[in-house]
Design a protein around this ligand. Structure first.
Ligand code: ADP
Ligand code: ZN
Length: 735
């Protein structure tokens, strides 16, 4: 790491005091003395004393971070500077903006930048092991598995144990016998280089036109927000790959945000085909050594392209040239804990602070994004037809009232018929139902007892594959009881309603010869499993896929020609203001999986309400009319993007304490002409992870300074230590 040029970089005298953002949300900024000979500048990552402990902090501009002044004589000296590049000014501005906009402590936002503790330590190596060529004294099945693991590629003991499914003891035994030999590996070894021109595709005329606009913006290094609105299968990825190529040629970094880890596998392969090397991956399940390596390469500027989940957005890129948000309509870009930010929106802000293009890609853009394009803030670029002449699928509804499934079943005869035809022709079907597990509700056949989570206002969901009753909110799990906890009836459980596992059982009963895959976050819970699923589906080793929203996007299976939506009404029940939009997006996305190759696709939507506007729009292929009607409804309700929402969520393990705190907030509500405040009311999820919850909802005109109003309002109140008050700006969840 090069030495740092302290305050001298702007011709100022070196800093002798430093104000720090420290990673303790309870404490504000703190001032320290910079000892003689230590060079720091705004953005430097430093170690400072706090009481008897040492803490990490970031040096910040004093004037941007008000704190009570401490005289020089009372300041304690900084202990040291961590040898990583100082956070750049544009990133500091982004941190401030995010903290301010989402009403979050600046320390909580800054912590997301330094997301890897290991990265802050100096150079390091890890020990990996590889086969020496020797044989063990005695071969056992475990030893054989350990030797076969990863085709003999080297890895750490822990990784090898994980891959081979054997204990670390087995591997240590092999090390002792010299079958495995150690190799010291540099933690920060460079990543393989991607090449902009490795395999340049021939773009369609439409794609070339779109890509050309991106490339110009990348080369001009200017803030340019694009909304890439293209139907499913139109080749959006290939089009934005050209923007990435342009960024690579300029030696600048690119960040690609994806909504789910499960999508990264397919993306990685496509990326490698195009650029000759894999991008750097960033997500929450990285091992600490991988995290460290990625973080340091990102900060050093050697990570050329980073693909990741929303948390990749706050990393300290040295030389960012482009941001892509793929499937930008996905609500998983909104974080619902801690700093409740929306990565799509913060991505646009980051692009603005750093003067770069940002591409929001989607086949079903969020209404907010379309409105931004409408009002000229975003530049809309369109791909109107599928690549390579593939047709859009035909979409039809199945009215469940007129064509009901057989008793105790969920698939209507017409859908079953369609699946049989596909199976006979060697094609694939996909059934979409956004419910994990076997059944959403389980009761006792004798007394009607409903199995409920002890920590949440939620039913326990039966998972037959893993033989568990599970809460989807807190993760609580139990083995299915042998008898009813209420009346003691043995073997009492009755499943109510379908989940994907139950649909898979039904398919197996109807077509015993079909090869069925259940695709949910339970079954595709690691990149390896996701990769295996994709490979099997592509090879035609799966006839029927039954999946949740996880399978609605990203995947490209040419033999998939039938999509069945098991229950299109599900998302509309008791939903919030975005329910219709979300249903439209989900069904349009899953429909988009059908007929992407040479063979035409067909989509059957099971519903009890074929006349509902969203269902009619889907069946009629009339997206514009749907969006227009939805836009009018939002305008009328003063909902986003025409008005603003914010939520205040009050919780405590003590129900009375939560209620009192919420009531006190309610009683001190400000009265303002352009702000309406609803509640407090018990949240729909009134108990979550053992905490009782109350909500207030704020609806304001666009022009209102909602954040200031909330800060002033809540800032005047104090609460018992057991009470948590969270603020959710632009909320997506209303439970
Ligand atoms: P989208 O992201 O818009 O749904 P994709 O980018 O996945 O669409 O493209 C659909 C399919 O067409 C993919 O299999 C992709 O590899 C292929 N494709 C798109 N553009 C090209 C191109 N220019 N040359 C070759 N294949 C392409
Ligand atoms: Zn629970």
């Amino acid at each position: 790491m090069p030495p740092h040029h302290g305050g001298a970089h702007m011709g100022l005298s070196p800093m002798n005091r430093a104000r720090l953002v420290i990673f303790n949300a309870a404490l504000g900024p703190l001032d320290y003395r910079v000892p003689e000979g230590m060079a720091v500048e705004p953005g430097s990552v430093v170690v400072a004393p706090l009481g008897p402990r040492q803490i990490v902090g970031i040096v910040w501009e004093e004037e941007r971070l008000p704190a009570s002044a401490v005289p020089d004589s009372r300041l304690r000296p900084l202990i040291g500077v961590i040898p990583v590049p100082p956070l750049q000014a544009a990133l500091r501005r982004l941190i401030e903006w995010t903290a301010d906009y989402y009403c979050a402590p600046i320390a909580a936002v800054a912590r997301m930048v330094l997301a890897s503790g290991g990265a802050l330590r100096g150079p390091a190596t890890i020990t990996e092991y590889r086969l020496s060529g020797g044989a063990p004294e005695r071969m056992t099945p475990q030893r054989a598995a350990a030797i076969d693991a990863r085709g003999g590629e080297q890895a750490t003991i822990r990784e090898l144990a994980g891959i081979a499914g054997v204990s670390e003891g087995v591997l240590r035994g092999l090390v002792n016998q010299g079958v495995l030999e150690p190799v010291e590996v540099d933690c920060d070894r460079p990543y393989p280089r991607a090449g902009a021109d490795f395999a340049v595709p021939e773009l369609s005329e439409d794609q070339a036109q779109v890509a050309g606009r991106f490339v110009v913006a990348v080369e001009e290094r200017r803030f340019a927000p694009f909304l890439l609105d293209g139907v499913t299968g139109s080749g959006k990825t290939e089009a934005y790959f050209e923007a990435i190529a342009a960024s690579l040629r300029l030696g600048r970094q690119t960040l690609v945000l994806l909504p789910e880890i499960a999508l990264t596998e397919a993306f990685l392969r496509r990326f490698e085909d195009r650029f000759g090397a894999a991008p750097v991956v960033w997500h929450s399940s990285l091992k600490s050594t991988e995290r460290r390596r990625a973080w340091r390469a990102i900060a050093a500027g050697t990570a050329q392209v980073v693909v990741g989940a929303r948390s990749a957005l706050f990393l300290p890129y040295r030389n960012l040239g482009l941001i892509v948000v793929d499937e930008a309509h996905e609500i998983s870009f909104k974080q619902d804990e801690g700093v409740r930010y929306n990565a799509r929106d913060v991505a646009v802000m980051r692009a603005r602070f750093e003067s770069l293009p940002v591409i929001l890609a989607s086949a079903t853009p969020a209404l907010e994004s379309l409105q931004m394009a409408e009002s000229g803030v975003y530049e809309k670029v369109e791909l109107e037809s599928r690549f390579g002449g593939a047709e859009m699928p035909s979409i039809d509804t199945v009215n469940l009232t007129e064509e009901p499934p057989e008793r105790g079943r969920w698939l209507a005869p017409r859908l079953v018929e369609g699946m049989r035809e596909r199976l006979a022709r060697g094609e694939q079907s996909l059934l979409f139902l956004n419910r994990r597990g076997y059944a959403p509700l389980t009761l006792c056949r004798k007394c009607g007892y409903r199995f409920q989570c002890p920590n949440c206002t939620a039913w326990l969901v039966e998972h037959r594959l893993s033989r568990r009753l599970a809460c989807h909110h807190c993760g609580h799990e139990t083995a299915p009881p042998l008898a009813c906890p209420e009346c003691g009836e043995p073997d009492c459980m009755v499943a109510c309603g379908p989940g994907v596992e139950r649909i898979a059982d039904e398919v197996a009963a109807i077509m015993p010869e079909a090869r069925i895959a259940v695709a949910t976050s339970d079954t595709l819970n690691s990149p390896e499993k996701a990769a295996e699923f994709v490979a099997m589906a592509e090879e035609g080793a799966i006839d029927v896929i039954v999946g949740t929203q996880l399978v609605t996007k990203g995947f490209h299976f040419p033999e998939l020609t039938l999509v069945g939506v098991v229950d299109a009404d599900l998302g509309l029940e008791g939903g919030d203001l975005r329910a219709a939009e979300r249903t439209y997006q989900q069904v349009a996305q899953v429909a988009g999986r059908a007929g992407r190759g040479a063979k035409p696709g067909e989509v059957l939507i099971q519903t009890r309400h074929p006349e509902a506007p969203v269902i009619a729009a889907l069946a009629g292929g009339d997206r514009d009319a749907f969006y227009a009607a939805e836009t009018e409804a939002r305008r009328h309700a003063g909902a986003p993007p025409f008005g603003r929402w914010a939520a205040i969520i009050v919780s405590s393990e003590d129900e009375a304490e939560a209620r009192e705190a919420a009531n006190r907030i309610g009683a001190t509500r400000p009265v303002l002409p352009d702000v309406a405040i609803l509640g407090p009311a018990p949240a729909p999820l009134s108990l979550l992870r053992g905490r009782y919850r109350y909500r207030l909802l704020i609806n304001a005109r666009r022009s209102a300074q909602v954040q200031d109003v909330i800060r002033e309002w809540l800032g005047a109140l104090t609460f018992p230590s057991g009470v948590r008050v969270s603020i959710d700006i632009d909320p997506y969840s209303f439970v």
